[in-house]
Design a protein around this ligand. Structure first.
Ligand SMILES: [Cu+2]
Length: 448
């Protein structure tokens, strides 16, 4: 039992009753990309910090084009990669324990998929995620349309993270129950593209600047604001917005959420503009954008954005309610773990504290079975004292009037969304505050 428990914990709390054999992965060695998973020592603030790293921090794919990505694990521990938000074939989803056996040290695995949506996505470890994402195993995954839609645009991706450092480097106490029963692990050092301090970006002499902002933090809800100008919000979670809007307040997003923002280079003031991280003590600038010396005349060309291929269901076939319970200051008295009803104290002793519909993770069976192509209405009811960021793999849901793959549900709040369950397989549904996921807030749907 202990061994099993340890394994389950390491693999982010998903069932290992059915561990799939590795998908066949070596038809040929023709791969488009190779990602090496490796150790890397960063020099931050005059100190050395040991991290985990991907040899490619950003990958750019072409929409609908089959891509083969060879992942070689040079760590001394197993790992997998999940392609967050990509509506791909289930066996390529990278969830350790549910979808694939982890990639062992020294071994490789070839992920092969095509991305049906053009937009901003990311990839990260889905094995012992609470530790491996905190150690730095994440990167940007940008899907571009086959032909460029604009003549003159610059693209910048910013991955914004918080790291919990102590005097020896990254704090290794990833399962401290006090943090996990509250908001999760909160860092004390902010980075933009893994660099601490204010980062400067040179703007090119183009008509448009597209900023792709990704919250890659382990658990922290981030609030960002701009000074110098108000960009236009054009996409969320890799899906273009039907109604673009000018940002005149802060953007608040949970871990895993992404926003695409558009800036007309002509409208940038002489001294540039800044992206700030909002803190209790005011806005802290984390990125500054510097104008080019030469500025081309703005031609007032319209900006063309990708079109979403998703369809909002009008008639609902199936209704699913997901109750979020547990945590510190919660009302949860008992939870079902491995089919056994346990008190909250017994659960805490097993490093568990959160539940979805009363089930504390580790389900041998899915939370629900959904018929292929069923139009589903899903409601999240957050009965806890903390916010959660619910992520459904392999699908986007239409929630709050936009397509999202990760959605922030405030404490005491309920939100409903709709989607077509049109991707067959085993799809994880979990809180993307990774400390919550590993201590109970993980389940899955079987589709088809
Ligand atoms: Cu949560």
């Amino acid at each position: 039992m202990n061994n099993r428990r340890q394994f389950l914990k390491r693999s982010m709390g998903v069932s290992v009753f059915v561990v799939m054999p590795l998908s066949s992965c070596s038809k040929s060695e023709n791969t488009d990309f190779e990602i090496k998973v490796e150790y890397k020592t960063e020099s931050w603030l005059d100190s050395k910090v040991d991290t985990f790293s991907y040899s490619m921090p950003e990958i750019e794919l072409i929409q609908n084009k089959k891509t083969r990505i060879k992942v070689t694990n040079n760590l001394n521990e197993p790992t997998t990669i999940h392609w967050h938000g990509i509506r791909l074939e289930n066996k390529m989803d990278g969830v350790s324990g549910l979808i694939q056996a982890p990639i062992e040290p020294g071994e490789s695995f070839i992920y092969e998929f095509s991305a049906p949506d053009a937009g901003t996505f990311w990839f990260h470890s889905h094995h012992d995620s609470i530790k491996q994402v905190a150690m730095g195993l994440y990167g940007a995954l940008i899907v571009k349309p086959e032909k460029s839609l604009n003549n003159s645009e610059q693209d910048l991706t910013l991955l914004i993270d918080d790291w919990l450092l102590n005097e020896n480097g990254i704090d290794p106490n990833f399962t401290a129950m006090h943090s996990l029963s509250h908001g999760g692990i909160m860092g004390n050092v902010l980075t933009v593209n893994k660099q601490p301090g204010l980062q400067a970006f040179q703007i090119e002499d183009k008509q448009y600047l597209r900023l792709r902002l990704i919250n890659v933090a382990n658990s922290r809800i981030q609030s960002w604001s701009f000074s110098g100008l108000n960009p236009i919000v054009i996409a969320k979670d890799g899906q273009p917005l039907k109604d673009q809007y000018t940002l005149n307040k802060s953007l608040v997003l949970g871990p895993a959420e992404r926003y695409d923002l558009l800036v007309k280079v002509k409208e940038i003031p002489e001294d540039g503009f800044k992206l700030n991280y909002d803190t209790a003590n005011g806005a802290l600038p984390i990125a500054e954008f510097i104008l080019p010396k030469v500025k081309t005349d703005f031609k007032n060309e319209a900006y063309n954005i990708e079109k979403s291929v998703l369809v909002v269901p009008k008639k609902i076939d199936k209704t699913v309610v997901v109750e979020l319970d547990g945590g510190a200051m919660g009302r949860m008295q008992t939870g079902i773990l491995d089919g056994e009803k346990l008190s909250i104290n017994q659960l805490v002793q097993k490093n568990m504290i959160w539940a979805l519909n009363g089930q504390v993770a580790l389900l041998a069976t899915p939370m629900d079975k959904l018929e292929l192509n069923a139009a589903v209405n899903i409601t999240f009811k957050n009965n806890t004292s903390f916010a959660h960021n619910m992520h459904l793999h392999g699908h986007h849901f239409f929630i709050d009037g936009i397509w999202q793959d990760s959605v922030l549900i405030g404490r005491g709040e309920s939100k409903s969304g709709v989607f077509y369950a049109d991707n067959p397989g085993k799809w994880l549904l979990h809180c993307h505050m990774l400390g919550h996921a590993v201590t109970g807030m993980t389940t899955w749907f079987e589709i088809g």
